[in-house]
Design a protein around this ligand. Sequence first.
Ligand SMILES: C[S@@+](CC[C@H](N)C(=O)[O-])C[C@H]1O[C@@H](n2cnc3c(N)ncnc32)[C@H](O)[C@@H]1O
Length: 260
Amino acid sequence: MSQWTDQWRDFVRKTSYKNSLAEKKMSNDQFWRSYGIYDQALMHSGYPGEALAKISSFIAPKTTLLDIGAGTGAFAIPLSKITSKTIAIDPSQYQLQILLEKAEKQSLTNITTIEKEWKDVETKEIGSNVDYSLAAYSLFDEDIEGFLSKMIDITQRGIFIVFRANGSDTLNEFAFGPRPYADYICLAQILKDMGHRFDEMLFTRNYSMPIDLVFQQYRFCSKSKEELLGHLSREGRLLDRDDGKWAKFQATDALLYTIR
Ligand SMILES: C[S@@+](CC[C@H](N)C(=O)[O-])C[C@H]1O[C@@H](n2cnc3c(N)ncnc32)[C@H](O)[C@@H]1O
């Protein structure tokens, strides 16, 4: 245990969406069902953007990819056009169902899914031939060393981790108050303490989003819609467009990677 693993555990427990699960007594799957606009939000935010392009450039054709916490397939779907086999792991049936619908629409037949948290997946379910593994905004495990070492041990050629590099949006602090924070530096330090050196790249996205999607993202906070609008307006982040109010955001994604 180190200050970094403590920081990550506090972030998962008190700040990440896992905190909402505990507070609202919801299952992981219920959370993602209640956030059905996830893909719409991604579309407006330009995610996965350059991080996907960079990862694609590292992946050799006819290989096997493990996407841990694959969600609706932001990475798994496009990367499966390169791989011969992709295993998408996610504890949410709802998220995996959306992923599989996308795969079908694009005639991708090389994706299999495992509906579990990463810690509960057994090696025999995956097989021993994993060339690449990826976890993008999905490392929601209080035992982060266990999560990472399982991922590293099973992978033969390349490991990719995507997580935020920007500070917390001021809207988060306004909406939820001060909470424990963690970003990619915390993950990089944990990896270093475990004896692994990963390379780093940062990619910034500037984007705007319809205000209704923003309200959806902040549906569990204690502030009213008017208060959220007030904060965005004070920061000069509101746009009045013909199709209604939109809000401006900036996000930076970090890619931590190692190629063997
Ligand atoms: C923010 S989404 C990211 C999805 C996708 N990787 C992307 O970049 O769009 C997080 C996903 O991780 C999944 N997840 C959360 N904790 C997980 C765990 N311990 N193991 C595997 N997946 C997990 C959630 O169910 C959710 O679908």
